[in-house]
Design a protein around this ligand. Sequence first.
Ligand SMILES: [Zn+2]
Length: 270
Amino acid sequence: MLDAAELATHPAAGAVTVDYSNTPVVVGTYEPSAPADGARSLILNGHVDVVPEGREDTWTTSPWDGRIEDGWMYGRGAGDMKAGLVANLFAFKALRAAGLEPTGRVHLQSVPEEECTGNGTVAAMQRGYTAYAVLISEPIAETLVRANLGLIWFDVDVTGTAAHAHEMSKGFNALDAAYSLIGDLRELEERWNQITVGDRTSGTWNTPSTSMSAYCRRASGRHRCPTAVRSRCECRSRRRWAPLRRGKKLKNASSVPVARTLWSPAARCP
Ligand SMILES: [Zn+2]
C-alpha cells in the first residue's frame, strides 16, 4: 500500500491529497535463471489510476463497463493506460516465446497515483524496485518520448466580503475576483507558451505545450444560496511546462500578470 508518511521522506514524492488506505502497488519480478555479469535490469511500468470521468450522463454507456465494439474497448482508462500496462506483459511474454531469455532482472510495475503525483512509482522505488532503465508504455502519440513535463499545483484563496444580494454593492464578490484571476492565468499561460524550447529531448516539445487549468472548487459565503454575495472562492490550478524551461525565464515572463492579479486584487475589484 502507498504510505503517506514513507512517501514524505522521498524528494520526488508529491503532495498527498487522497486516501491511500486501499491503494496498492503491484510488482512482479522476473529473475533470470542464468544472470550475466553486468546484465542491465529493466522496469516495465504502467499506471492503473484515471482522471475523473466527468458527468456519467454524457457517456453513451457507463465509463466503467469496458464496452467492446468493433474490436475497440471503450471506458475510462482503457487506453490510458490499461492498454499499455497489458502491452508490457504481452511484450515480455512474446519475447520469451520467441526464445529470448533476459539475462538481467525485469520488474513489471502496476502503479496507482500517476495522474496527480507519481507517488505510486516513487513508492515502488522506495521498496527497492529499481533498475538500470525504465520503459513506461504511456500512450502518447505512439512515439518514443525521452523527457516529460514538470508540473506544479497551486491554490489561490480569493477572499471577498459577504453581503445580501439585494445590497450587493456593500459586499465584494469573491467569484468576480476569481474571474480576473483566471483570465490573468490564461495570459500567463500565453506568455509561457512563447518561450521556445530546444530539441535536446525528443523534439516533441518544440511546439507550445504549456497549459494551465484553473477551476473554482469552493465559493462559500454566509449562505449557500444565490441570495448571498460570495465571500470566498478557492481556485486550484495545475501548471505544467516542458523540459528545459528554466525558472528565471518563467519568472520574468510571469511577473506582470501574476503580480497584477495576486497582489492587488482589492485595487481591481472595488
Ligand atoms: Zn497515463
